[in-house]
Design a protein around this ligand. Structure first.
Ligand SMILES: [Zn+2]
Length: 610
């Protein structure tokens, strides 16, 4: 009450004394009242990405206030927003651009690949906390393996679950031991008859061997009609699980590691990405990883923004039931972490010559000219969605019915893309999906027909330039030179055909995960063998930068907040030592441009303001 009266009195005084009062007011403004910029960048090249197509505006300077961009303009204009406490960064001609949005990376998996021992220690501790017995097995020799398993069974309490992974083998080099190749539930039963046991046979837990005890639990819950159960010649279950049932068991029965155990490891990986100029990553995540990242978000431990496609649709024959209970959460989350769609199992697998080894089960309309080393599949390759019981093709229409789009899904061959687009088409027949940004990730082999259909459905694409660099020569070898030239990630054709591609590294090491290396690949289309693949598909630098920022913000459904340097948007920015638009930097030197500083929401996240 008193305050109101006082304000009234003040008003009268203000009217009477005018400017003199106003000056003294400015010196002790309440913190709620608008203030000067917190930070100004000047004397630089500010690549704003303020338009959807090049050319976009290149300004000199930019001001930040309260974690957002206040104004962009010339030095004189911007320096006028600076007050006594404003930080000033003289860019000295360097470039400032929006932080890169990487729309396809698997950060937790990279952390695991790079630090497998640390991960196993965490996993073992986590399982112990959940009351599961973990056993390290010497898999190289059958006898020692059986002896280790038997000892674990004898030490276990009645009914206690037992887990093991081959990678904790004391001599493991991360390659699957031969003893595991023909191991079945009967081998496990001979030493572990009474306790449920699961042997994880992949690096991450999607393929497994279980004993009869556990198999009975699994078939009791899920029945035997789901795909992925291996059977012997007589049609009897062997206890080896892959495909849908492997995915279901992994997602629903594998004990969850407490989030606080893995959080430090995941945080370190993210910090590495911040240092290379990436401020937002989009990835696909299963429940246990969402739990960990959400824990990190709540505790202020997420070094960057994380947009995720929920793997609830991955090999889930019950998805409709889940989504009904779940409700429509797409777009929901926090400033740091939010959901952008549903990820389902891709129509095909890794390409031949993929860095993981194996591969070649690609879904294409083309026959291979030859089978290359480590390719476990025939000349026709294969489509995962054709496997009996695979629920993926029906998933997009179901997701769409509950207000979701499909994103974060691996598609390599042209027929994989075709199957995905046909499934999207079915969703579209129920209710239009145009404008909903259903997505396709990768697209190593893209035909003109693919592009037309995608454009018609308003589909977005997440492209991984390393595939041009590393895989185009393999394409030539396996499917012929012409296919390699015309179909390997035809970026310009996609854009000209009306499809908006976003960018993603999908690699975990330098230089392949670095945005400037990827920029160079898309501009030059130079492959590892020194040859240019698809010269007509080269894209200019400004367009690639748009892919990496503005167009990426659409993929992650946050174009109102991210992707360009415009007033009101979040101050996610990077300083580069040279401008990627500088014509004195030759195309083949673009990868040498360095990230000097990364800022997320107005806070320095890497480097410094000096
Ligand atoms: Zn990937």
């Amino acid at each position: 009450m008193k305050k109101t009266k006082f304000a009234g009195t003040l008003c009268v005084i203000l009217l009477a004394f005018g400017p003199a009062i106003r000056v003294s007011q400015a010196q002790d403004l309440a913190p709620e009242v608008l203030h000067y910029a917190d930070l100004v960048f000047y004397n630089g090249q500010v690549l704003t990405m303020d338009r959807d197509q090049p050319p976009f505006t290149v300004a000199q300077a930019l001001a930040v206030r309260d974690g957002r961009i206040l104004v962009v303009g010339n030095d004189e204009r911007i320096l006028r927003t600076a007050g006594p406490n404003t930080q000033r960064m003289n860019l000295e001609g360097r470039a400032l651009m929006p932080g890169v949005i990487d729309t396809h990376a698997h950060l937790y998996e990279y952390a695991i690949y790079k630090h497998p021992r640390e991960y196993q220690t965490i996993l073992i501790r986590g399982l112990r906390q959940r009351g599961v017995r973990y056993v390290t097995v010497r898999w190289r020799v059958r006898e020692t393996a059986l002896a280790d398993l038997q000892r674990a069974a004898e030490a276990a309490s009645p009914g206690q679950w037992i887990y093991t992974m081959f990678t904790t083998d004391v001599n493991a080099d991360m390659r699957r031991p031969e003893t595991l190749l023909d191991f079945t539930r009967h081998d496990l039963d001979s030493v572990v008859p009474d306790n449920p046991i699961m042997v994880i046979t992949g690096l991450v837990a999607r393929t497994a061997i279980v004993n009869t005890k556990l198999l009975e639990i699994i078939t009791g819950i899920y029945g035997e009609d789901i795909g992925g159960y291996e059977r012997d010649d007589q049609g009897v279950l062997t206890g080896r699980l892959t495909g849908t049932i492997g995915g279901v068991v992994n997602a629903e029965l594998f004990p969850l590691v407490p989030p606080e155990l893995s959080a430090p490891m995941y945080k370190r990986e993210m910090e590495e990405w911040v240092a290379i100029g990436v401020t937002t990553v989009s990835t696909r995540l299963a429940g246990n990883y969402i739990t960990t990242y959400a824990y990190m978000d709540r505790h202020g431990q997420l070094p960057m923004r994380l947009a995720y496609s929920h793997e609830v649709g991955r090999l889930n024959p019950f998805m409709e039931r889940y989504l009904r209970r779940f409700g429509g959460l797409q777009g929901h989350g926090t400033d740091r972490m939010w959901m952008i769609g549903i990820s389902i199992s891709g129509p095909d697998g890794d390409p031949p010559g993929a860095p993981h080894g194996r591969g070649g089960n690609n879904c294409t309309t083309l026959l291979k000219l030859k089978k290359i080393e480590l390719d476990a599949y025939g000349l026709e390759g294969g489509c995962r969605w054709d496997e009996p019981g695979d629920p993926s093709a029906a998933a997009p229409a179901i997701a769409s019915r509950f207000g979701y789009r499909i994103s974060g899904v691996h598609n390599i061959g042209d027929k994989a893309v075709l199957l995905s687009l046909d499934a999207y088409e079915k969703a579209n027949q129920e209710e239009s999906i145009i404008g909903k940004r259903f997505a396709i990730d990768h697209g190593l082999m893209i035909s003109q027909d693919n592009i037309k259909q995608a454009a018609r459905l308003g589909v977005m694409w997440s492209l991984q330039p390393f595939m041009i660099y590393d895989l185009a020569p393999m394409m030539a070898e396996v499917w012929g030179e012409e296919v390699a030239q015309r179909w390997t990630m035809p970026t310009k054709s996609l854009i000209d055909g009306g499809v908006k591609p976003a960018y993603g590294a999908d690699r975990w090491s330098d230089p392949r995960r670095q945005p400037m290396w990827n920029l160079e690949v898309l501009v030059t289309r130079l492959a590892a063998n020194g040859k240019v693949y698809g010269p007509r598909e080269k894209v200019d630098r400004a367009t690639v930068l748009l892919m990496m920022t503005r167009w990426g913000s659409e993929y992650v459904l946050r174009e109102q907040e991210l992707g360009s340097l415009e007033p009101g948007k979040l101050a996610d920015m990077i300083v580069l030592d040279k401008s990627p638009l500088d014509s004195s930097v030759p195309d083949e030197d673009l990868s040498e441009i360095k990230v000097v500083m990364t800022m997320i929401g107005g806070e320095v996240a890497y480097g410094s303001l000096d």
